[in-house]
Design a binder for this molecule. Sequence first.
Ligand code: ADQ
Length: 220
Amino acid sequence: MENISDVFITNYIPTIYTTPRTLKYNQNGHNKSADVFLERNGVVIILYNKTKDVLVLVKQFRASVYFQEISKNERFGSVDVSKCKPEKAVTLEFCAGLEDKTLPTEKIAQEEIFEECGYQVSTESLQKIISFCNLSETTGAQSTFYYCEVTEDQRINQGGGNLEENENIEVVEMKVEDVLNYAKQNYVYNSINATLNEATNEDSAHEQYTHAEAWHLQTL
Ligand SMILES: Nc1ncnc2c1ncn2[C@@H]1O[C@H](COP(=O)(O)OP(=O)(O)O[C@H]2O[C@H](CO)[C@@H](O)[C@H](O)[C@H]2O)[C@@H](O)[C@H]1O
């Protein structure tokens, strides 16, 4: 899956995906400023195949994770892939996608499920868990979580991502128990782990959705 080569890091080149800005303001008479890095909103879907009693997850190479793996003093210019292995940046995640069209989030989620995992679902079968604003000083993007049950006969193809965008996604089926055990590891690169771990932080506004998500995982 990885087959990553010719890695080269440059200064930021603007694209449609992110907008970096500096936001200046005054709070109680003090001038302040914040670096903001606007991103698009997104959807995340916990997909459960009832026929096989498995959760359907996706594996893919993530460039930002790879960047974090590169030694701090080597994060510019050419990167030696034999030294910093691309397989370290292959994540295991729930099916997810950006809201890159002016469609209801359910429609976006429906399309992502088909594109990434190959299942045809109705928007009515998507159960919304929660929407929340990503808690970060840098990005205020909103994420909407859904739970969706599917059967094997809804699987139209192998999924794998949008070929026009050269997405390269591997669909992985795992038992709920295995996903929970996987997420309990001290540190793994995946949204599953992040969301479940957040549930232990009482002050976190993520709490509601993480509890909802953990609940879904645990009660399937
Ligand atoms: N920063 C970037 N630079 C260059 N190209 C980019 C880009 N972000 C997206 N793209 C392009 O946009 C395509 C869109 O991907 P998707 O909509 O399937 O979202 P993805 O699965 O990456 O998750 C996305 O949406 C989920 C849900 O919000 C998030 O968790 C996850 O971080 C996010 O990548 C990617 O294949 C890539 O070509």
